[in-house]
Every structure is written in structure tokens, then in C-alpha cells.
Write a protein that binds this ligand. Structure first.
Ligand code: SF4
Length: 296
């Protein structure tokens, strides 16, 4: 994570300190983060490829994991994208309640950063009209999830999201009687039916509770966790471990050639929901799980 302090000033309104931040700083940060995210796979994921390769009894499965590690190394060293699908531009922006953004429209500043990053980084533009399929030409508009948080900082997280894994994700509205076993079955069935399509080994974000859209949002944000980072709730952590074991027992394996490594990890977020509902989202992420963040 980077911390930047450019383009920033403080002032007071009725004794309350506000921090000014120019939209130019946001545009530059978004541009740099999307280029870096597409070239630098997280070290935690690269290490996980190595660990899983040692555990594989199949030479093909181990070989695929070694190729993925090598691909990540080449991308980082040669400043080239990890994958031809450089993703839809997805962002989480946590805005400190004591930040005052000046110099223009925040959404437009983000989209300008996406435009510049995808042009300067020679990244594929993958955004189009859903019906005509006409490409927007610059990978905008970005999908931006905002949150207001305490403090005077702005945190920007970028996640270029590939289409193959996103397409295999599911939202299911279970009945409350389905319970934990229903949630686990939804995860296992989603992974089983996805097969080779999301380029396994995958990472699985599970959002349980809230409403339909809230379950999807927390499932997606769960994908930002580092490999092995278990839920702070011991009961949820145990569910994550059980699901990871059961997903890997499906035997789909790296790139679906068979093996023990169908998923690198499972992350579950849980929130309260309506007494009549049990929303569940299974958001699948491929092995090219790209995300970077900065705090301005
Ligand atoms: S699913 Fe992931 S690894 Fe596969 S093509 Fe899409 S972005 Fe690339």
C-alpha cells in the first residue's frame, strides 16, 4: 500500500478541520494503480502457487502452477499484463468524512485515471454496450463503490476484474431454512458448474446476508483479503477452511486438468439479513487476482 501527500491542504469550518484534496491526485493515482495491478500479481498469490505445486501429486497440475508463477514473474519484470483480459475497471473508494475534494467531479477524475492508465499501460479496453456490444473505447465507465469512513484520508482500491471469472459467479436467494448447509451447497455447486471457465485455481468470495446487492458487494470486497487471511470470527473462519477443503476435493484442479488445487482460498463475509431472507453471493475470482491500493 502506498501513502501519498501531494495536492493536499488543511482548513477549518467552525473549528472542524477539513483536508482538501485535488481531483488531479486521484486521477494520477488511479492511472498508476491500474497499470501496476495488471503487471504485478500479489506476492501472497505467487507464494501460494509454489506451496500448492509442492502438494500436488499430479505432474500436470504442479506444472500448471509453476507456469502461473513464471507468468507472474515475466509480467512483473517486463512490465506487461499478466493476462490478455485486463479487466473491467472496478474500484472501492473509502472517503474520509473530513476530506473535501476540490478541482472537479470525483467520478470523472476516476474515469480519467482509467482512460489514461489503460492507454499508457497498453491494456485491453473491455467495456462495451450490453446490447450493441459497441466498445466504449477507453475502458470507461468504471464501476465505483464508495464508502464514507472516519478520518481525513482517501483510500483507493483498484481491481481489474476479468470477464471469465465474473461470468461464473452467482447470487442466490435461499430460504432461511436452507441454513449453513444450503450456503455451502451453493458455493460447491457454483464452483462445480464453473469447471474450467474461470481459469482455476480460483479465489472464492462469499457474501452471506444483507440484501441481494449487499451480499454481492461484501462477496466482492472479500476477494481483497490476502491468501490465508481468515475471518476474525472463529466460526466463519472454520467455515472458510471447510469450504476450501471441500472445493479442492472436487478435483477440478489447475486449469481444470485435475488435481488438488481448484481454489487457492475461500473468504466469507457475513451480515445480518431480513427474517424471511438468506441472500448468498458466490463471487469467483481467477488466479489472476489483481488489486492494488493507495491512501491519499
Ligand atoms: S478469467 Fe482471469 S485468467 Fe482467465 S482470461 Fe479472464 S482475467 Fe484472464
Amino acid at each position: 500500500m502506498y501513502y501519498l501527500n501531494r495536492c493536499i491542504a488543511h482548513y477549518c469550518i467552525n473549528g472542524a478541520k477539513m483536508r482538501e484534496m485535488k481531483t488531479d491526485a486521484v486521477t494520477r493515482a488511479v492511472r498508476d494503480l491500474f497499470i501496476a495491478a495488471n503487471q504485478e500479481l500479489g506476492e501472497d498469490i505467487v507464494r501460494k502457487f509454489e506451496t500448492c505445486a509442492k502438494q500436488e501429486s499430479s505432474g500436470t497440475a504442479a506444472g500448471v502452477l509453476k507456469e502461473l508463477r513464471e507468468n507472474a514473474k515475466i509480467a512483473r519484470e517486463e512490465f506487461s499484463p499478466l493476462c490478455q483480459d485486463t479487466g473491467l475497471a472496478l474500484l472501492f473508494i473509502d472517503i474520509g468524512q473530513d476530506v473535501h475534494i476540490i478541482g472537479g467531479d470525483l467520478r470523472e477524475a476516476v474515469n480519467e485515471g482509467v482512460r489514461q492508465g489503460y492507454a499508457e499501460g497498453y491494456l485491453r479496453k473491455s467495456v462495451c454496450s450490453p446490447f450493441t456490444r459497441a466498445n466504449t473505447g477507453d475502458n470507461t465507465p468504471a464501476v465505483i463503490h464508495y464508502d464514507i469512513v472516519p478520518g481525513e484520508r482517501l483510500k483507493i482500491i483498484v481491481m481489474p476484474k476479468g470477464g471469465g471469472a465474473e461470468n461464473m459467479s452467482r447470487v442466490v436467494m435461499l430460504t432461511p431454512a436452507a441454513g449453513l448447509s444450503g450456503v455451502k451447497n451453493a458455493v460447491l455447486e457454483t464452483v462445480r458448474s464453473a469447471g474450467a471457465n474461470p481459469c482455476p485455481p480460483i479465489i472464492i468470495g462469499v457474501g452471506v446476508g444483507g440484501t441481494l446487492e449487499r451480499s454481492a458487494l461484501i462477496a466482492k470486497r472479500a476477494l481483497l483479503r490476502k491468501m490465508g487471511e481468515r475471518s476474525a470470527d472463529p466460526e466463519i473462519a472454520a467455515i472458510e477452511e471447510d469450504l476450501l477443503k471441500r472445493v479442492n476435493e472436487l478435483g477440478i484442479g489447475p486449469m481444470a486438468y485435475g488435481g488438488k488445487t481448484t481454489a487457492l482460498d475461500v473468504f466469507m463475509e457475513v451480515e445480518p439479513c431480513h427474517i424471511a431472507s438468506l441472500p448468498v453471493t458466490v463471487n469467483i475470482q481467477c488466479h489472476a487476482s489483481r488489486h492494488k491500493e493507495v491512501v491519499l
